[in-house]
Design a protein around this ligand. Structure first.
Ligand code: GDP
Ligand code: MG
Length: 221
């Protein structure tokens, strides 16, 4: 009986669409960031605040990936920004084809940057290239400071790390050694930018906005 390597065939198809996305984004000189984290680290909260705070300066469109519901797309649309919801119906990551189709539904001419909020987990989304310009990883302090060493792949591949929910560090509500996380992330990735933030209050967010603006300008070169 002929043996079929299903894994490599799926990856092959994904890579073809990833290439299409790379070409589309390069042609348009548009920034597209693939945002990856565990569920609940604060990806959507970060995006909602970023879009609201940068209104009039930076126009962001969002591709939302979840197993079910359009709750996150609705949260984004409440800021007046365009959002396309993809339901993966059980799959643990977005595919490049899903992103290709979503890019076709976004008003790209009216956008300075696109952010893909990937399905929540630190493993599968790190392995599937979407053809994005770069990855960013979010880690909230409530998840523990051992995550870079336990899930090194995504920290090694990301351009930036947002350490969210730093408000919880006060009053020792959680045990979290920020210096350890910075050191471990930089050991895996010398050039990773690290932004400790509180998406809830806005603390630390300006550094992230400055970096995001610089990334948009770099994409336009
Ligand atoms: N204390 C605190 N809670 C936050 C912060 N950012 C997000 N949250 C909360 O974390 C939960 C999950 O946020 P959400 O944005 O849906 O996470 P996502 O699943 O990664 O998109 C929500 O209850 C948010 O209100 C923060 O900076 N501090
Ligand atoms: Mg979300």
């Amino acid at each position: 009986m002929e043996k079929v390597n299903v894994g490599s065939r799926i990856l092959g198809a994904n890579e073809q669409y990833a290439m299409k996305n790379i070409e589309l984004l390069a042609q348009r000189k548009q920034l597209c960031l693939n945002m990856i984290s565990s569920p609940g680290s604060g990806k959507t909260t970060i995006l909602v605040r970023t879009i609201s705070d940068l209104k009039g300066q930076l126009r962001i469109g969002v591709i939302e990936g979840d197993l079910q519901t359009d709750i996150d797309a609705q949260r984004i649309r409440a800021t007046q920004a365009p959002a396309i919801q993809i339901n993966t119906e059980g799959a643990c990551h977005l595919s490049a084809r899903q992103v290709y189709e979503a890019l076709g539904r976004l008003p790209l001419d009216a956008l300075d940057a696109i952010v893909i909020e990937n399905v929540g987990n630190l493993v599968c989304p790190a392995a599937f290239e979407l053809g994005e310009t770069g990855k960013i990883v979010v880690l909230s302090v409530a998840e523990g400071d051992d995550k870079p060493v336990k899930y090194p792949g995504i920290f090694a591949k990301s351009r930036a790390l947002l350490v969210n929910k730093i408000d919880l560090l006060r009053g020792a509500l959680v045990e979290f050694d920020l210096d350890r996380v910075k050191a471990d992330a930089r050991r895996l990735n010398k050039s990773i930018e690290i932004f400790p933030v509180c998406a809830k209050s806005g603390e630390g967010m300006q550094n992230w906005y400055d970096w995001l603006g610089a990334q948009v300008r770099q994409s336009r070169l």
